[in-house]
Design a protein around this ligand. Structure first.
Ligand code: RIB
Ligand code: CA
Length: 319
Protein backbone atom coordinates (compact mmCIF):
# COMPACT_ATOMS: atom_id res chain seq x y z
CA UNK A 1 0.00 0.00 0.00
CA UNK A 2 1.58 3.31 -1.02
CA UNK A 3 1.06 6.50 0.96
CA UNK A 4 -1.36 7.64 -1.80
CA UNK A 5 -3.62 4.57 -1.51
CA UNK A 6 -6.63 5.45 0.67
CA UNK A 7 -6.70 3.37 3.85
CA UNK A 8 -9.55 0.84 3.68
CA UNK A 9 -12.52 1.58 5.92
CA UNK A 10 -12.98 -1.43 8.17
CA UNK A 11 -15.01 -2.76 11.09
CA UNK A 12 -12.96 -5.15 13.25
CA UNK A 13 -14.89 -7.77 15.23
CA UNK A 14 -12.52 -9.49 17.65
CA UNK A 15 -11.94 -11.41 20.89
CA UNK A 16 -8.65 -9.96 22.26
CA UNK A 17 -6.74 -12.19 22.80
CA UNK A 18 -3.05 -11.90 22.10
CA UNK A 19 -3.10 -12.16 18.32
CA UNK A 20 -6.23 -10.02 18.20
CA UNK A 21 -4.11 -7.36 19.92
CA UNK A 22 -1.69 -7.44 16.98
CA UNK A 23 -4.66 -7.28 14.60
CA UNK A 24 -5.91 -4.16 16.38
CA UNK A 25 -2.47 -2.53 16.09
CA UNK A 26 -2.37 -3.27 12.35
CA UNK A 27 -5.93 -1.97 11.88
CA UNK A 28 -5.07 1.25 13.70
CA UNK A 29 -1.86 1.71 11.71
CA UNK A 30 -3.01 0.71 8.23
CA UNK A 31 -6.80 0.98 8.04
CA UNK A 32 -9.41 3.66 8.59
CA UNK A 33 -11.07 1.71 11.37
CA UNK A 34 -14.68 2.82 11.78
CA UNK A 35 -15.04 0.86 15.00
CA UNK A 36 -14.22 -2.28 16.93
CA UNK A 37 -16.82 -4.78 18.12
CA UNK A 38 -16.03 -7.41 20.70
CA UNK A 39 -17.21 -10.97 21.13
CA UNK A 40 -16.65 -13.67 23.70
CA UNK A 41 -14.05 -16.17 22.54
CA UNK A 42 -10.52 -16.51 23.84
CA UNK A 43 -11.81 -15.11 27.12
CA UNK A 44 -15.20 -13.81 28.21
CA UNK A 45 -16.77 -10.67 26.76
CA UNK A 46 -16.01 -8.60 29.87
CA UNK A 47 -12.28 -9.16 29.28
CA UNK A 48 -12.26 -9.00 25.47
CA UNK A 49 -14.04 -5.65 25.69
CA UNK A 50 -11.79 -4.25 28.41
CA UNK A 51 -8.74 -5.45 26.46
CA UNK A 52 -9.93 -3.80 23.24
CA UNK A 53 -10.52 -0.51 25.06
CA UNK A 54 -7.15 -0.67 26.85
CA UNK A 55 -5.34 -1.47 23.59
CA UNK A 56 -6.94 1.57 21.95
CA UNK A 57 -5.49 3.68 24.79
CA UNK A 58 -2.05 2.11 24.32
CA UNK A 59 -2.18 2.60 20.54
CA UNK A 60 -3.09 6.27 20.89
CA UNK A 61 -6.68 5.99 19.64
CA UNK A 62 -8.64 6.39 22.89
CA UNK A 63 -11.70 7.63 20.97
CA UNK A 64 -11.96 4.74 18.52
CA UNK A 65 -15.48 3.38 19.11
CA UNK A 66 -15.62 -0.03 20.81
CA UNK A 67 -19.02 -1.77 21.03
CA UNK A 68 -19.51 -4.90 23.11
CA UNK A 69 -21.35 -7.80 21.51
CA UNK A 70 -22.22 -11.33 22.52
CA UNK A 71 -20.37 -13.39 25.09
CA UNK A 72 -21.72 -16.83 24.19
CA UNK A 73 -22.13 -18.62 20.84
CA UNK A 74 -25.54 -19.10 19.18
CA UNK A 75 -25.77 -22.52 20.85
CA UNK A 76 -25.79 -20.73 24.20
CA UNK A 77 -22.82 -22.51 25.73
CA UNK A 78 -19.21 -23.51 25.15
CA UNK A 79 -17.04 -26.16 26.74
CA UNK A 80 -14.00 -23.96 27.26
CA UNK A 81 -12.27 -20.79 26.12
CA UNK A 82 -8.61 -20.40 25.04
CA UNK A 83 -7.00 -19.24 28.29
CA UNK A 84 -4.34 -21.91 27.96
CA UNK A 85 -2.90 -19.84 25.09
CA UNK A 86 -4.03 -16.32 25.97
CA UNK A 87 -3.88 -16.30 29.77
CA UNK A 88 -6.69 -15.90 32.27
CA UNK A 89 -7.61 -12.38 31.12
CA UNK A 90 -6.62 -12.72 27.48
CA UNK A 91 -3.41 -10.71 27.84
CA UNK A 92 -0.90 -13.37 28.78
CA UNK A 93 0.85 -12.73 32.07
CA UNK A 94 0.15 -9.00 32.14
CA UNK A 95 -2.96 -7.06 33.12
CA UNK A 96 -3.51 -4.05 30.88
CA UNK A 97 -4.29 -0.74 32.57
CA UNK A 98 -7.93 0.05 33.30
CA UNK A 99 -9.48 1.47 30.09
CA UNK A 100 -9.97 5.24 29.98
CA UNK A 101 -13.64 4.82 29.05
CA UNK A 102 -16.50 2.28 28.93
CA UNK A 103 -17.59 0.68 25.64
CA UNK A 104 -19.65 2.99 23.40
CA UNK A 105 -22.52 0.49 23.70
CA UNK A 106 -23.37 -3.07 24.64
CA UNK A 107 -25.07 -3.53 21.26
CA UNK A 108 -22.39 -4.39 18.72
CA UNK A 109 -24.94 -6.06 16.45
CA UNK A 110 -27.17 -2.97 16.35
CA UNK A 111 -24.17 -0.71 15.78
CA UNK A 112 -22.88 -2.87 12.90
CA UNK A 113 -26.33 -2.78 11.25
CA UNK A 114 -26.81 0.98 11.53
CA UNK A 115 -23.21 1.74 10.50
CA UNK A 116 -23.32 -0.44 7.37
CA UNK A 117 -26.79 0.79 6.37
CA UNK A 118 -25.37 4.31 6.51
CA UNK A 119 -22.16 3.55 4.60
CA UNK A 120 -21.65 1.00 1.81
CA UNK A 121 -18.23 -0.43 1.06
CA UNK A 122 -16.85 -1.01 4.54
CA UNK A 123 -14.66 -4.12 4.81
CA UNK A 124 -15.52 -6.45 7.66
CA UNK A 125 -12.59 -8.11 9.43
CA UNK A 126 -13.51 -10.77 11.97
CA UNK A 127 -10.92 -12.45 14.17
CA UNK A 128 -13.05 -14.34 16.64
CA UNK A 129 -16.18 -16.52 16.67
CA UNK A 130 -18.72 -15.15 14.18
CA UNK A 131 -21.60 -14.78 16.65
CA UNK A 132 -22.03 -10.98 16.28
CA UNK A 133 -21.76 -11.18 12.51
CA UNK A 134 -24.27 -14.00 12.10
CA UNK A 135 -26.78 -12.20 14.34
CA UNK A 136 -26.34 -8.98 12.35
CA UNK A 137 -26.91 -10.86 9.08
CA UNK A 138 -29.94 -12.62 10.55
CA UNK A 139 -31.46 -9.39 11.88
CA UNK A 140 -30.64 -7.30 8.79
CA UNK A 141 -29.97 -9.42 5.69
CA UNK A 142 -29.89 -6.21 3.63
CA UNK A 143 -26.47 -5.31 5.05
CA UNK A 144 -24.67 -8.42 3.76
CA UNK A 145 -24.13 -7.08 0.24
CA UNK A 146 -23.09 -3.66 1.57
CA UNK A 147 -19.75 -4.97 2.86
CA UNK A 148 -16.94 -4.69 0.29
CA UNK A 149 -15.49 -7.92 1.66
CA UNK A 150 -15.49 -10.15 4.71
CA UNK A 151 -12.06 -11.29 5.89
CA UNK A 152 -12.32 -13.89 8.67
CA UNK A 153 -9.51 -15.47 10.59
CA UNK A 154 -11.00 -18.86 11.20
CA UNK A 155 -11.33 -22.39 9.95
CA UNK A 156 -8.66 -24.37 8.18
CA UNK A 157 -8.21 -26.49 5.05
CA UNK A 158 -5.78 -28.86 6.77
CA UNK A 159 -6.90 -29.65 10.29
CA UNK A 160 -7.82 -27.87 13.46
CA UNK A 161 -6.20 -26.67 16.65
CA UNK A 162 -8.97 -27.01 19.23
CA UNK A 163 -9.89 -30.48 17.94
CA UNK A 164 -8.19 -32.49 15.21
CA UNK A 165 -10.75 -31.10 12.78
CA UNK A 166 -11.87 -27.71 14.09
CA UNK A 167 -10.14 -24.36 14.45
CA UNK A 168 -11.07 -22.43 17.62
CA UNK A 169 -13.21 -19.61 16.17
CA UNK A 170 -15.19 -22.06 14.10
CA UNK A 171 -15.37 -24.57 16.95
CA UNK A 172 -16.79 -22.01 19.39
CA UNK A 173 -19.68 -21.06 17.12
CA UNK A 174 -20.10 -23.38 14.13
CA UNK A 175 -23.73 -22.33 13.64
CA UNK A 176 -22.62 -18.72 13.23
CA UNK A 177 -19.83 -19.72 10.86
CA UNK A 178 -22.28 -21.79 8.79
CA UNK A 179 -24.66 -18.80 8.58
CA UNK A 180 -21.87 -16.53 7.34
CA UNK A 181 -20.60 -19.06 4.78
CA UNK A 182 -24.20 -19.56 3.68
CA UNK A 183 -24.95 -15.83 3.38
CA UNK A 184 -23.65 -15.74 -0.17
CA UNK A 185 -21.30 -12.78 0.06
CA UNK A 186 -19.21 -12.81 -3.16
CA UNK A 187 -16.02 -11.73 -1.38
CA UNK A 188 -15.92 -13.85 1.78
CA UNK A 189 -12.31 -14.73 2.59
CA UNK A 190 -11.28 -17.51 4.97
CA UNK A 191 -7.85 -16.95 6.52
CA UNK A 192 -7.40 -20.33 8.14
CA UNK A 193 -4.78 -22.19 10.13
CA UNK A 194 -3.43 -23.71 6.93
CA UNK A 195 -1.93 -20.30 6.13
CA UNK A 196 -1.60 -18.66 9.56
CA UNK A 197 0.72 -21.45 10.65
CA UNK A 198 3.15 -20.37 7.93
CA UNK A 199 3.73 -16.93 9.48
CA UNK A 200 5.46 -17.34 12.86
CA UNK A 201 7.13 -14.84 15.20
CA UNK A 202 10.07 -16.67 16.76
CA UNK A 203 12.10 -15.91 19.87
CA UNK A 204 14.82 -13.82 18.11
CA UNK A 205 12.11 -11.76 16.39
CA UNK A 206 10.34 -11.08 19.68
CA UNK A 207 13.60 -10.24 21.47
CA UNK A 208 14.45 -7.78 18.70
CA UNK A 209 10.98 -6.23 18.96
CA UNK A 210 11.45 -5.84 22.72
CA UNK A 211 14.78 -4.07 22.15
CA UNK A 212 13.07 -1.64 19.79
CA UNK A 213 9.94 -0.83 21.78
CA UNK A 214 11.30 -1.00 25.35
CA UNK A 215 10.33 2.24 27.09
CA UNK A 216 7.83 3.29 24.43
CA UNK A 217 4.01 3.41 24.54
CA UNK A 218 3.72 0.00 22.85
CA UNK A 219 6.30 -1.87 24.95
CA UNK A 220 3.59 -4.12 26.42
CA UNK A 221 3.31 -5.87 23.03
CA UNK A 222 6.69 -7.48 23.70
CA UNK A 223 5.21 -9.06 26.84
CA UNK A 224 2.04 -10.12 25.04
CA UNK A 225 3.97 -11.83 22.25
CA UNK A 226 6.53 -13.25 24.68
CA UNK A 227 3.80 -15.12 26.51
CA UNK A 228 2.09 -16.20 23.29
CA UNK A 229 5.33 -17.58 21.81
CA UNK A 230 6.20 -19.49 24.96
CA UNK A 231 2.72 -20.98 25.28
CA UNK A 232 2.52 -21.97 21.63
CA UNK A 233 5.94 -23.64 21.84
CA UNK A 234 4.93 -25.41 25.06
CA UNK A 235 1.64 -26.64 23.60
CA UNK A 236 2.56 -27.32 19.94
CA UNK A 237 5.51 -28.16 17.73
CA UNK A 238 5.20 -24.76 16.01
CA UNK A 239 8.58 -22.98 15.95
CA UNK A 240 7.11 -19.65 17.06
CA UNK A 241 3.93 -17.65 17.70
CA UNK A 242 1.35 -17.88 14.93
CA UNK A 243 -0.32 -14.46 15.02
CA UNK A 244 -3.37 -15.76 13.20
CA UNK A 245 -5.60 -12.67 13.39
CA UNK A 246 -2.99 -10.29 11.99
CA UNK A 247 -3.34 -11.97 8.60
CA UNK A 248 -7.06 -11.26 8.36
CA UNK A 249 -6.35 -7.53 8.69
CA UNK A 250 -3.35 -7.65 6.33
CA UNK A 251 -5.46 -9.35 3.66
CA UNK A 252 -7.55 -6.14 3.58
CA UNK A 253 -4.78 -3.56 4.04
CA UNK A 254 -2.06 -5.29 1.96
CA UNK A 255 -3.92 -7.77 -0.29
CA UNK A 256 -0.85 -8.63 -2.36
CA UNK A 257 0.74 -10.28 0.67
CA UNK A 258 -1.74 -13.17 0.67
CA UNK A 259 -3.30 -15.30 -2.07
CA UNK A 260 -6.01 -17.92 -2.20
CA UNK A 261 -8.44 -19.91 -4.30
CA UNK A 262 -12.23 -19.86 -4.58
CA UNK A 263 -13.40 -23.02 -2.85
CA UNK A 264 -16.63 -24.55 -1.53
CA UNK A 265 -16.51 -24.55 2.30
CA UNK A 266 -18.98 -26.34 4.54
CA UNK A 267 -19.04 -26.06 8.34
CA UNK A 268 -19.74 -29.34 10.14
CA UNK A 269 -22.58 -28.82 12.64
CA UNK A 270 -23.24 -32.39 13.72
CA UNK A 271 -22.20 -33.27 17.26
CA UNK A 272 -19.11 -35.43 17.41
CA UNK A 273 -15.36 -35.20 16.73
CA UNK A 274 -15.74 -33.13 13.54
CA UNK A 275 -18.10 -30.46 14.91
CA UNK A 276 -16.90 -27.01 13.87
CA UNK A 277 -14.64 -28.31 11.12
CA UNK A 278 -14.52 -26.17 7.96
CA UNK A 279 -14.71 -28.82 5.27
CA UNK A 280 -12.94 -27.32 2.23
CA UNK A 281 -13.66 -29.17 -1.02
CA UNK A 282 -10.23 -29.55 -2.67
CA UNK A 283 -11.28 -32.23 -5.15
CA UNK A 284 -10.04 -31.58 -8.76
CA UNK A 285 -13.52 -31.91 -10.27
CA UNK A 286 -14.45 -30.74 -13.78
CA UNK A 287 -17.85 -29.63 -12.45
CA UNK A 288 -17.06 -28.59 -8.88
CA UNK A 289 -19.56 -27.51 -6.27
CA UNK A 290 -20.00 -23.71 -6.49
CA UNK A 291 -17.44 -21.93 -4.32
CA UNK A 292 -18.66 -19.77 -1.43
CA UNK A 293 -15.34 -18.42 -0.17
CA UNK A 294 -11.77 -17.56 -1.08
CA UNK A 295 -9.57 -19.85 1.00
CA UNK A 296 -6.21 -18.16 1.58
CA UNK A 297 -3.39 -20.60 0.80
CA UNK A 298 -0.25 -18.44 0.66
CA UNK A 299 1.21 -15.53 2.64
CA UNK A 300 4.44 -13.59 2.26
CA UNK A 301 5.73 -14.44 5.73
CA UNK A 302 8.85 -12.27 5.79
CA UNK A 303 7.11 -9.09 4.59
CA UNK A 304 4.24 -9.72 7.00
CA UNK A 305 6.67 -10.14 9.89
CA UNK A 306 8.24 -6.77 9.01
CA UNK A 307 4.80 -5.16 8.72
CA UNK A 308 3.85 -6.44 12.17
CA UNK A 309 7.13 -5.19 13.65
CA UNK A 310 6.54 -1.73 12.21
CA UNK A 311 2.92 -1.63 13.41
CA UNK A 312 4.05 -2.40 16.96
CA UNK A 313 6.78 0.23 16.88
CA UNK A 314 5.76 3.77 17.62
CA UNK A 315 6.75 6.16 14.82
CA UNK A 316 10.25 7.45 15.39
CA UNK A 317 11.50 4.47 17.43
CA UNK A 318 14.72 3.04 16.05
CA UNK A 319 13.59 0.47 13.47
O1 RIB B 1 -7.50 -20.44 16.09
C1 RIB B 1 -6.95 -19.16 16.19
C2 RIB B 1 -8.01 -18.16 16.54
O2 RIB B 1 -8.54 -18.51 17.80
C3 RIB B 1 -7.46 -16.74 16.71
O3 RIB B 1 -8.47 -15.82 16.38
C4 RIB B 1 -7.14 -16.65 18.17
O4 RIB B 1 -7.29 -15.31 18.68
C5 RIB B 1 -8.22 -17.51 18.75
O5 RIB B 1 -9.35 -16.72 18.94
CA1 CA C 1 -9.08 -14.05 17.87
Amino acid sequence: MTSQTPRPRIILDCDPGLDDAVAIALAVRHADTVGITTVGGNVGLEHTTANALALCDILGVPDLPVHAGHDLPLSGSLEHRATEYHGRYGTGSVRLAEPSRPPASEDAVGWIIETVRAEEGIALVATGPLTNIALAFQKAPDIIEKFSQISWMGGSSNGGNTTPGAEFNSWVDPEAAAMVFGAGHPNLVMVGLNVTHTVLLDRPWIDDLRRRIQGTATEVFADLLDYYEIRQREMTTLAGAAVHDALAVIHVTHPRLLAGTRRPVEVVLSNGPARGMTLVDLRPMRNPTPANATVIEWADASVIQDLIGQALTVPGADL
